[in-house]
Design a protein around this ligand. Structure first.
Ligand code: ADP
Length: 605
């Protein structure tokens, strides 16, 4: 893998042993002893019963006593074994869930440059495999290892019994088992080697499958006749996937043939030895050894499969642990910084290109925002407006150049403190399926309900929300609660603005096309209220709609990675450059839209 280094064997084992509690170890020992004695009991019971039955004067009562004893002892051992296993199963499950939680936390806190990199995402898929299910990966290894104790104890005891008649039986069965183990590891190594190809092919297959059922694409697919194009690509992807599976199947077939031959030979050898020595031992002993041989062979095969499973799943665990132990947060500093007044921001000769791209979004970009100033950043799509927000909030760092907050290089602040300074509202906002107050406070505890109300009032959502029976305790979305409320696109955006306002540490508001989902009238209304909403905080407004930024103190027009024009709205109009041209063109368009909307709302009344 290119970005994620698998952890070493030692490190992975250490990390996997760490969460195993004493309770689980004891349960495993108990399970191992009880489970290991069960096959031995079966073997001896064969001898005890056969020897009694073959006596010339069979004593039925004695036979019944033995059967009763064996059944009782077997039942006791089985009960201990299953009870221990049942009680431990959930504890093992929790260990995996803890690893999953750690992984989710890592994914949600890692730098955005990793999150937005598709190659990294592909590699991360392999790291998720090991924490995804109960029977594979980390949890699969714990369960298999837990059960192995009993099988190993049983196998060792049976080997000791068999060694008494002929040690070679143990050796030959052991050898055949080693061959099986070797072949199984070869098969799983072949699969692991192609895991990235497999992940990619499966992801793409899923992607195409998903596209065909996603309602939002339904109209375009039909109107523009995309069906054939989709099906062709889908077929290509399926062929790729089939090709990989075919190769893997060939490897599997070749190696499993070798393993079957080994097993058949070992069994034949063992039964041959037994048959040839059968003449010299008592029949009851012969039956006992025969049972021991078949149980030993069976158990050794199970043990081999278990070890091969562990070997296979361990490779994925190494990836997961490697990912978990990576430092994916660029946080050079631990300096605390929490100013209590609106901040100033300065970009000094900032150049930036995305990590997976060769093209610079900006080169040598410099501009300044004064405390409490309202600055508008305008420019065509792709000019780099959102990238400026990502840089300013520390989601990405400049490739070169520096960014200052209140005159201090912002790399000196811890990332948490930096994030605390900004209240950001992005264009594509979605509330979480939690209550309104949790959405506003971005937390589920210590919520200042009065502050939630004030923030909702400031954005003009209070009237709507106070009408809900549960008020700010109303759940949103229907994912978790069937009675959850669903807000309109514009209301969602207002909710996100309320969230930005709620935060006490916010000293700068950033609105990245926050009104994109609002209609022109609602947009005009919320912009006219922005002055009051922002409460004198430093503010950065991003909009493709120039008229909406008229209330700002200053406007920067970004074009071709540079600040092309700068000034107040009137200054830029007088300058009569690109801004003035865009403003006039948009003016005509929006005038028509607004008139249509006004007419439509008048008609609906
Ligand atoms: P704007 O907000 O002005 O529409 P953006 O800041 O979103 O522009 O994008 C600026 C440029 O950076 C565009 O060319 C875009 O394709 C590119 N870009 C944006 N995000 C990424 C990314 N994660 N990786 C690579 N390129 C990106």
């Amino acid at each position: 893998m290119k970005y994620i280094q698998a952890a070493s064997k030692k490190k992975t084992i250490q990390r996997m042993i760490e969460p195993v509690t004493k309770e689980i170890w004891w349960s495993m020992i108990l399970h191992g002893i009880a489970g290991g004695l069960i096959p031995v009991l079966s073997v001896f019971s064969m001898e005890w019963i056969t020897s009694r039955i073959l006596k010339s004067n069979v004593e039925i009562q004695e036979v019944i006593k033995i059967i009763a004893f064996v059944s009782l002892a077997g039942f006791g051992l089985e009960t201990i074994k299953t009870q221990a296993e049942r009680r431990t199963y959930n504890k093992i499950n929790y260990i995996r869930l803890d690893f999953l939680k750690e992984l989710m936390h890592k994914t949600m806190t890692m730098d955005l440059k990793y999150y937005e990199n598709p190659e990294f995402a592909d590699e991360m898929e392999s790291c998720i495999i090991a924490v995804q299910s109960n029977n594979n990966g980390i949890e699969g290894i714990y369960h298999t290892f837990y059960l192995l104790g009993a099988k190993l104890t049983g196998a060792i005891l049976l080997a000791t019994i068999l060694a008494q008649i002929n040690f070679w039986i143990v050796v030959v069965i052991g050898l055949s088992v080693l061959i099986t183990f070797w072949t199984l590891t070869k098969i799983s190594d072949a699969r692991y080697k192609r895991k990235e190809e497999l992940n990619q092919a499966e992801r793409r297959n899923y992607g195409y499958g998903h596209l065909t059922t996603d309602f939002s694409y339904g109209k375009d697919i039909r109107i523009y006749n995309f069906q054939d194009r989709f099906l062709e690509s889908y077929e290509n992807e399926i062929k790729k996937l089939e090709g990989i599976y075919r190769d893997l199947f060939l490897v599997e077939r070749r190696f499993s043939l070798l393993s079957i031959l080994g097993l058949v030979f070992a069994d034949l050898f063992a039964y041959y030895i037994l048959a040839s020595q059968g003449m010299t031992v008592q029949i009851s002993k012969f039956v006992m050894y025969l049972t021991a041989t078949s149980l030993f062979s069976l158990m050794m095969n199970e043990i081999t499969e278990d070890f091969a499973n562990i070997h296979r799943e361990f490779a994925y665990c190494k990836d997961t642990i490697g990912f978990l132990d990576m430092n994916l947060i660029t946080d050079e500093s631990d300096k605390n910084y929490a100013p209590s007044t609106p901040i100033s921001v300065e970009f000094q000769h900032v150049s930036f290109k995305y990590p997976n791209s060769e093209k610079y979004v900006f080169e040598d970009l410099s501009f300044r925002i004064e405390p409490s100033e309202k600055l508008a950043l305008v420019g065509v799509n792709g000019a780099g407006k959102t990238t400026i927000v990502k840089l300013l909030t520390g989601l990405y760092r400049p490739t070169s150049g520096r960014i200052f907050i209140n005159g201090i290089d912002y790399t000196q602040f811890s990332i948490e403190d930096l994030h605390e300074l900004f209240g950001v509202v992005f264009q594509d906002v979605e509330p979480l399926a939690v209550t309104i107050k949790e959405n506003v406070a971005a937390s589920s505890s210590d919520i200042d309900e009065k502050r939630v109300e004030i923030s909702l009032r400031q954005v003009g959502l209070w009237d709507k929300i106070s009408q809900y029976e549960k008020g700010i305790d109303q759940m949103l979305l229907k994912i978790i609660d069937e009675d959850g409320a669903v807000l309109s696109g514009g209301e969602n955006q207002k909710l996100m603005i309320a969230r930005a306002l709620y935060r006490k540490g916010t000293q700068m508001m950033i609105m990245d096309e926050p009104t994109a989902a609002l209609d022109a009238l609602a947009e005009e209304k919320i912009y006219s209220e922005f002055d009051q909403i922002m409460q004198g905080k430093t503010s950065l407004f991003i909009s493709h709609r120039l008229a909406s930024t008229l209330f700002c103190d200053r406007i920067l027009l970004l074009d071709g990675g540079k600040v092309l024009e700068e000034g107040t709205h009137d200054e830029l109009l007088t300058y009569d450059g690109l801004y003035a041209h865009m403003f006039k063109t948009q003016g005509k368009y929006y005038q028509e839209v607004e008139e249509n909307e006004k007419q439509a709302s008048a008609e609906s009344i």
